[in-house]
Design a protein around this ligand. Structure first.
Ligand code: NAP
Length: 329
């Protein structure tokens, strides 16, 4: 389908990843509508709002989804829950919400749906045997299980074409998760998870570019693809890179597994008392004690010319510049 005939609905547009996808869609002058909940925080997309086709609705409200999909040919589904207090809340957003969207897309005759899943759905993997498209999934957390259930809703339910993308940890401007590491390093502390957990990473701008390529590239329909930079790093190496860029000397703070577990437990108890989900919790502990979160970028990205090429030094430099400019650091 020619770009001029595409009409894309983006969910989760006001979130971290979704706002980068929106920036890229607008730069390419594609016709875009966004699904937003009425009370959503819109600060990341404020520069687009004046000329943006905003369709209010929620993944939990099927009729709002059918309305939002009017005239839409392609969907990028970025909305999802990355932090929840309960297994049920993860499944409501990531499985039921995705199934509602797939059902509405079927009713509205959507041609292709690109679904943002996660390496967490594939499960842990080590550098010697990185997660790859053909591997059987083995998630270890409620988040990972709910993302896998969302994939199944797409795979088994979509009548049109679909592409599933599994990014590893994403970093870049507007990210609030790695921001904590940037702040710790600025305070000259460099926390290191006990066994030096190896990670794949993807820079948000690269992920946005691959997601948009998946909208129309013919060879990708029906595939589950990993989108990542090929470099593998530990949190310690990530922190050391931030320290270099900041020009500071940070003290290594080893976090052995028992200490990590007690911090996760304490934050989980606090989260339950306050009703506000925390970054660290016992589910996160299950992810952090895994032997690694490494994936092999799917070779097909190279074939279609949209590899994730932003390396750690460059990505950290750009992220840092953004945090400093916005006063986040
Ligand atoms: N960040 C990462 O490292 C990472 C890694 C791998 C995969 N992913 C995937 O990427 C996607 C985006 O993650 P993110 O980091 O950008 O998270 P985020 O900043 O928390 O954004 C989540 C987005 O989903 C929306 N959303 C949640 N529940 C919704 C509902 N019921 N109806 C409509 N919208 C809803 C949120 O809207 P509100 O503002 O209204 O809540 C927000 O726009 C997720 O699917 C996540 O699983 C993220």
């Amino acid at each position: 389908m020619a770009a001029a005939n595409l009409h894309v609905l983006l969910t989760g547009a006001n979130g971290f990843v979704g706002s980068h996808v929106l920036d890229h869609l607008r730069r390419r002058d594609l016709a875009v509508a966004v699904l937003l909940r009425p009370g959503s925080d819109r600060r990341f997309i404020s520069s687009h709002l004046r000329t943006l086709d905003v369709r209010e609705g929620s993944l939990g409200n099927p009729s709002s989804l059918r309305n939002a999909l009017s005239g839409i040919t392609h969907v990028i589904h970025c909305a999802g829950s990355v932090r929840s207090l309960s297994r049920q809340a993860f499944f409501e957003a990531n499985e039921t919400g995705t199934r509602n969207l797939v059902d509405a897309a079927n009713e509205c005759g959507v041609n292709r749906l690109v679904h943002l899943s996660s390496l967490a759905a594939g499960g842990p993997a080590i550098p010697d045997r990185p997660a790859a498209e053909a591997d059987a999934p083995s998630p270890v957390s409620n988040y990972g299980h709910s993302k896998l259930a969302g994939e199944e809703a797409v795979r088994n339910g979509a009548k049109g074409e679909w592409v599933i993308i599994r990014p590893p940890a994403v970093y870049g401007p507007r990210d609030t998760e790695f921001l904590r590491l940037f702040r710790a390093v600025k305070a000259r502390l460099l926390p290191e998870v006990g066994h030096g957990l190896p990670l794949s990473l993807v820079y948000a701008g690269d992920l946005a570019a691959t997601t948009i390529a998946a909208l129309t590239s013919p060879g990708l329909a029906g595939r589950v693809l990993y989108a990542a930079h090929p470099e593998i790093v530990t949190a310690g190496q990530f922190g050391a890179c931030i320290a270099r860029r900041l020009g500071v000397r940070a003290w290594r703070i080893p976090l052995p597994v028992p200490l990590l577990w007690s911090s996760c437990l304490a934050q989980e108890v606090f989260a339950r008392l306050t009703g506000r989900p925390s970054v660290l919790n016992l589910q996160k502990f299950a992810e952090l004690r895994a032997p690694g979160w490494v994936c092999e970028p799917s070779p097909v990205w190279r074939d279609i010319g949209v590899e994730c090429t932003t390396g750690l030094e460059e990505g950290v430099e750009e992220t840092l510049a953004w945090y400093l400019r916005e006063g986040w650091l």
